[in-house]
Design a protein around this ligand. Structure first.
Ligand code: OOG
Ligand code: MG
Length: 249
């Protein structure tokens, strides 16, 4: 698993797309997570720090876009975070895409069998977020074990600076308008994510212990859009405010 993780790590560092791992080896879902764990070990040995988690493929729009029909999870590192007020450089990325999400900042630990209400009770703040994905695989195509191994295509995360306490928000009905270069790409509500984004976080807690202070991304609410120099993404949440991401020219 270490050797396969190293192959993905090298592809990322060299911004070079590679063949799917499953083109050469038969891998299960469990193998995919084991390679992801090995990748996290490589990253932390090289000095990165895990600051949270991400969910993926929690909406139908996302599942259909990539042809994988099950929720997945990966890890977030300190080096992935970008502030919202600076243009984002795509220089080190292969074929980046952007998507709107909700971010949960946890105030308490969450572990085992928990309800969406437990998730909200343990959440300090819900923040607007844009995730920038980058698959290390050729043409952004992969199977389930491949995308798990590749840390669910994680690349960069732009977090809003101001959020709301979960008590001030109804996530399933929160409307989100996602615009690309000034044109509306999609209008959805939080229910697009497993009926309730808090249910997605509950699912993750049943699989991995979550700790106070960690950030958890809900998974994209809409399909992800390709990014190019100059692309501007605007995510307008009914109550959470507007998050604008400008890609460097
Ligand atoms: C897989 C990662 C999915 C999400 O929010 O659904 C993801 C991909 O689309 O490459 O981050
Ligand atoms: Mg995502």
């Amino acid at each position: 698993m270490r050797e396969l993780a190293a192959r993905l790590d090298q592809a990322r560092r060299e911004s070079r797309e590679i063949d799917q791992l499953t083109a050469q080896a038969e891998l299960t879902e469990a193998d995919g997570y084991a390679i992801q764990d090995a990748l996290l070990a490589l990253e932390t040995a090289a000095g990165a720090q895990q600051i949270g988690w991400k969910l993926g493929l929690t909406s139908v729009a996302k599942q259909e876009q990539v042809g994988v029909h099950t929720p997945i999870h990966g890890f977030l590192l300190d080096r992935m975070m970008r502030p919202p007020f600076e243009p984002i450089s795509l220089e080190a990325l292969i074929h980046p895409r952007g998507e709107p999400e909700f971010a949960f900042l946890l105030g308490d630990d969450l572990e085992g069998s928990v309800s969406p209400a437990d998730v909200l009770a343990a959440t300090e703040t819900i923040l607007p977020a844009v995730e920038i994905l980058d698959s290390r695989y050729r043409d952004f195509r992969f199977t389930l074990p491949d995308v798990l191994a590749d840390n669910t295509s994680a690349a960069l995360v732009v977090l809003g600076t101001e959020g709301l306490s979960p008590a001030a928000l109804d996530l399933p009905t929160e409307q989100v308008v996602f615009s690309v270069n000034g044109e509306v790409h999609a209008t959805v509500t939080g229910a697009a994510v497993l009926g309730n984004p808090a249910a997605a976080v509950a699912w993750l807690a049943s699989r991995r212990p979550l700790r106070a202070g960690e950030i958890v991304l809900s998974g994209g609410l809409t399909d992800a859009v390709p990014l190019a120099p100059g692309t501007e993404l605007t995510v307008t949440y009914a109550h959470l405010g507007t998050l604008r991401v400008q890609v460097e020219r």
